[in-house]
Design a protein around this ligand. Structure first.
Ligand code: FDA
Length: 389
């Protein structure tokens, strides 16, 4: 069968692209339903974009690459689309927009848009071979024991990254890109909890507090959660994308307080209290107890010199931690790295050396922060390719 466009992957980017291509379009996916990650995202409510999305919220070897698509199909364009489909939504925090009812509303919207564009969808379909004969692409598929040979002028890679293999994530986009001589940068898990050997924080599991987390010179002010395996919560997920193995992260446990001044003030009013009691006025009790033990804090506050209060406040506001690693692709929300943007046009997402070959979404080396940015990249890059085809 002959198509104008075949899109590999019926995820966020693939569906968005299919909704905007003209001609005869087919979307292939090995999953039994389209948009599975949309369905589970945002706790089932899909944080579908962020009101403040801009190029600064993305990581890439080329931080300029995402600018074109993001500025031509913005969060406001997607919000308009959501509103046109009468999908109720709300801002949760920090510009993050979620569906009021269900992430399934977004999937249904994309399916409707795809149908309106006349795109066909083939699920439960394995992609077994892709070739190019100099003029057209040939895609071999296997579905319900049947092999099919398809031909297309345009081929769009939209099979995403490696995160959550249990949900069908695969490295297919990278393999096909390499097959056609497009470079792929190193990939690693992003937006992922940290692990520590012999997790020292086990006893704190479930404790959460607002912190400022820093790695590689980047800060995030969000909540941190101690877990039975290490550290999680939005602050840790965000900073994990900036962290590299054998590096420390720094945690400011009192991001909105001058800890030294606060301790000095308390020395005047609560001088007879011991240090862990005073810390428990500033931090969750379990954490205060843990730190008092870990840092061998003893004695009353009145006994502490300015120098020792300064040393303690420095530790509270710059607590260095060395994760052993992360939970990896098993639980990561995204894959950092991917198809090297040098090989693609930032306007159309088309390969510079292979006309008709496109890559969009998470498969490309553009990774957003936590908070709706990754879907915005899927919408913007999918739209850019779809409208260019
Ligand atoms: P996506 O992964 O969506 O789609 C790829 C498609 O290709 C899938 O349908 C898959 O089945 C198919 N595929 C893969 N390999 C294949 C193969 N070998 N053969 C055939 N088909 C294949 N982002 C955000 O902005 N807001 C949020 O709330 C969340 N929440 C969230 C929660 C969780 C648990 C995860 C794991 C991720 C998020 N994200 C997120 C990230 C977001 O889901 C992700 O960045 C986008 O889905 C990427 O869109 P793509 O279309 O590029 O890939």
């Amino acid at each position: 069968m002959v198509y104008d466009t075949i899109i590999l992957g019926a995820g966020a980017a693939g569906m968005m692209c299919a909704a905007h291509t003209g001609g005869r379009t087919l979307v292939l996916d090995h999953a039994k339903a389209p948009g599975e990650k949309i369905r589970i995202s945002g706790g089932g409510r899909c944080n579908f974009t962020n009101m403040y999305a801009g190029p600064d919220n993305f990581l890439s070897q080329n931080p300029h690459f995402c600018k074109s698509a993001l500025s031509r199909y913005t969060q406001w364009d997607f919000i308009d689309l959501v509103a046109r489909h009468n999908i109720p939504y709300h801002e949760k925090t920090l510009g993050q927009l979620f569906c009021d009812t269900s992430a399934k509303d977004i999937i249904a919207m994309l399916r409707t848009e795809m149908q309106a564009a006349g795109a066909e969808l083939s699920l439960n379909t394995a992609i077994t071979n892709v070739t190019h004969d100099g003029t057209a692409f040939h895609v071999t598929t296997q579905s319900h024991g049947k092999t099919q040979s398809l031909q297309t002028q345009n081929l769009v890679l939209a099979t995403g990254g490696k995160s959550i293999p249990k949900m069908g994530a695969s490295g297919l986009a990278y393999d096909i890109a390499r097959q056609f001589d497009l470079p792929v940068t190193d990939t690693r898990a992003g937006l992922v909890p940290f692990t520590f050997s012999d997790n020292p924080f086990k006893s704190l599991s479930g404790t959460a507090l607002p912190v400022r987390a820093t790695a590689s010179g980047t800060n995030f002010d969000e909540a941190m959660l101690f877990t039975h395996r290490g550290l999680s919560g939005p602050a840790m997920l965000q900073i994990s994308s900036y962290w590299h193995e054998a590096q420390d992260i720094s945690v400011n446990l009192l991001p909105d307080t001058d800890a030294f001044q606060a301790l000095r003030d308390k020395r005047k009013t609560d001088g007879r209290r011991n240090l862990s009691t005073v810390l428990a006025q500033l931090l969750p009790t379990k954490l205060a107890d843990y730190l008092a033990q870990e840092w061998a804090l003893s004695g009353n506050l009145a006994d502490q010199s300015d120098a020792s209060l300064r040393a303690l406040s420095d530790k509270l506001q710059n607590w260095p931690l060395r994760p052993t690693g992360t939970e990896g692709y098993r639980t990561a929300e995204v894959t950092l790295g991917g198809i090297n943007t040098d090989a693609l046009s930032s306007r159309s997402m088309e390969a510079k050396t292979l006309p008709g070959f496109y890559a969009i979404g998470e498969a490309v080396d553009v990774t957003g922060w936590l908070g709706g940015y990754n879907f915005q990249w899927a919408w913007s890059s999918g739209w850019a390719a779809g409208t260019a085809i």
